[in-house]
Design a protein around this ligand. Structure first.
Ligand SMILES: NC(=O)C1=CN([C@@H]2O[C@H](COP(=O)(O)OP(=O)(O)OC[C@H]3O[C@@H](n4cnc5c(N)ncnc54)[C@H](O)[C@@H]3O)[C@@H](O)[C@H]2O)C=CC1
Ligand SMILES: O=C(O)C(=O)COP(=O)(O)O
Length: 528
């Protein structure tokens, strides 16, 4: 496996990848066509905020399994394109939270006490003591926009420094806000109007883009704005104007709509706007944490184990994974067999879980069943993009569970439909690990799903099985195993053969020329 690293990532993480035997290439300068060229044979890509991982990157990266974001924000990664291409995107949501919170607090003090400005003047030989009369945070109100991981850490720190907290976050409960000693308000405007300091901690999303603009800044009526979340959440021109004309007293920015910030940005010209070059996560501890977490996400993906911080793949609890793991190939196989036996366009897929497996989280299994259904048809389909593929094609997917499973510990049944026509394939694990198909279209069978399988529907008449055996034998096709199931004596029967060779069309025609044979289908699966 090859890993490309395009933004500075701590060696602790990269070393872990090397120790696991992966080839790690570092290129912090790479962009444009060179990046497209470089990703063509890599399996893992590690980035921070400096690399735009676009649709074109995913199109060029045909071997890519995972993009690891050594940090939190993923607004530089086209996750939709990643999903379409079956590539996992995973971030490291914990490791730099405290660093980002501490930087936010530092920025609050820095802007309120004009530390960078006073520092610069003293370095220039000027003792400008009388020019700076600052603001204390004590007894002031802090408005927090977005009380997630970073927002909460900021809340804890500034609460303990004597601030009152008011929060705007439409996705959290009143109780959650109260746990942090904060008052939750329903309206961004209320939060801004009450606050002396406003700090932003939402992701950059279409919904949050330019969320703080001229109108919102006017509501602040004085005070300070701190943005250590993402550029683009605050309208930069409006902010530069608001600070320059005294609508607010100052602003502290670590992040910018365009990074690195262009020299002619209006933000840089306003003295009361202090800036740092996206340093929120720039501590030794944070960088080590996120590098190690990211390396672990890649290693898990390469080993086909759950990627705990995957943002676009079915989630599985780490402790439950060993129980679910053996069912992944079973669900996929049941899907493959069902789709191949139906042999036509599929409009609906149903996955039924019976017995013990019904007690587990089954998202990954359903995704695997879908992967199986689409595998004969699609290039590069996997459990990341299969659910999306179903959605894109307007295929209805349903899941159901029951703790009952007649005679078996667990069963997984995949039913595929085209209008009124449907076909079900039901599988189980023998001895907890050997996949078996135990029902096809309602017929009880006992088939080991591997290699070439022939499924024949025939009338239950004497000599049919002998006839099929003879035709196959005459054509040098060896039968490795066989199972015959019938509903009633003399009625319809279904026979499943495991064959050592594939069945040519001419042999299939020969079988079908016999009136006793209704249908013959060949299924190709992986070897055992
Ligand atoms: N400057 C830096 O170096 C760093 C910046 N960050 C940035 O900090 C931001 C927050 O990170 P986390 O706290 O870890 O994320 P999180 O996902 O834990 O929290 C985000 C919070 O924002 C809330 N939210 C979403 N939409 C909202 C809206 N329209 N209005 C108000 N609240 C909304 C969510 O409900 C959630 O509580 C991200 O943008 C991240 O990229 C994170 C680390 C370092
Ligand atoms: O983790 C985040 O979201 C950050 O903003 C940190 O970005 P960086 O890794 O320093 O490019």
């Amino acid at each position: 496996m090859k890993v490309l690293v395009t933004d500075p990532v701590a060696d602790a993480g990269l070393e872990r990848l090397r120790e696991a035997g992966y080839e790690v290439t570092i290129d912090y300068e790479i962009e444009g066509d060179e990046l497209l060229e470089a990703v063509s044979d890599v399996h893992g890509l590690i980035v921070r905020s400096g690399t735009e991982v676009t649709k074109e990157v995913f199109e060029a990266a045909s071997e890519l399994i995972i993009v690891g974001r050594a940090g939190i924000g993923v607004d530089n990664i086209d996750i939709e394109a990643a999903t379409d291409h079956g590539v996992i995107v995973a971030n490291a949501p914990e490791g730099n939270v405290r660093a980002a919170a501490e930087h936010t607090v530092a920025m609050a003090f820095a802007v309120a006490r004009s530390i960078p400005q006073a520092h610069a003047r003293l370095k220039d030989g000027e003792w400008a003591k009388s020019d700076y009369l600052g603001t204390e945070v004590n007894n002031k109100t802090l408005g927090i926009v977005g009380l997630g991981r970073v927002g909460q850490e900021v809340a804890k720190r500034l609460d303990s420094l004597g601030m009152d907290l008011v929060v705007f976050d439409p996705y959290i409960s009143q109780e959650r806000a109260q746990q942090f000693g904060a008052t939750l308000v329903d309206d961004l405007g209320d939060c801004l109007a009450q606050a002396d300091f406003v700090t932003i901690h939402t992701p950059l999303l279409p919904e949050t883009e330019n969320m703080i603009s001229k109108e919102e800044l006017e509501l602040m009526d004085g005070g300070y704005l701190i943005n250590c979340a993402r550029g683009g959440i605050v309208d930069e021109t409006a902010l530069a104007d608001a600070v320059a004309n005294g609508t607010i007293e100052g602003a502290a920015l670590d992040v910018f709509a365009e990074e690195p910030v262009p020299e002619d940005s209006p933000l840089l010209a306003v003295d009361d706007i202090i800036v740092t070059p996206h340093l929120g996560a720039a501590t030794e501890a944070a960088q080590e944490n996120v590098a190690i977490d990211t390396a672990e996400q890649l290693i898990a993906a390469f080993n086909q184990e759950p990627v705990l911080n995957a943002l676009n793949a079915p989630s599985v609890d780490e402790t439950a994974f060993p129980r679910i793991k053996p069912y992944i190939p079973l669900a996929e196989t049941a899907g493959k067999v069902a789709a191949q036996l139906l042999g036509k366009r599929i409009t609906e897929i149903e996955v039924l879980y019976e017995g013990d497996i019904a007690a587990e989280e089954i998202d990954l299994l359903t995704a695997s069943a879908l992967k199986g259904v689409f595998t004969p048809l699609e290039w590069q389909v996997n459990s990341v993009n299969a659910p999306q593929l179903a959605k894109d094609r307007g295929i209805e997917v349903t899941e159901s569970k029951t703790r009952q499973a007649d005679d078996f510990q667990s069963l997984v049944t995949v039913t595929v439909r085209n209008g009124d026509e449907e076909l079900s394939v039901c599988g189980t694990l023998f001895a907890g690990e050997d996949p078996r198909i135990v029902r096809i279209d309602g017929y009880r069978v006992d088939a080991i799903p591997y290699g070439h399988m022939l499924v024949a529907r025939n009338y239950d008449k004497p000599g049919v099985i002998g006839f099929i055996g003879t035709v196959l034998g005459n054509n040098d096709i060896n039968i490795a195993g066989m199972f015959n199931a019938r509903e009633t004596i003399g009625g319809e029967a279904l026979t499943v053969y495991n064959l050592d060779q594939s069945v040519p069309d001419a042999v299939r025609d020969e079988l079908l020329s016999d009136d006793r044979i209704i249908e013959v289908k060949e299924i190709t699966l992986d070897d055992q």
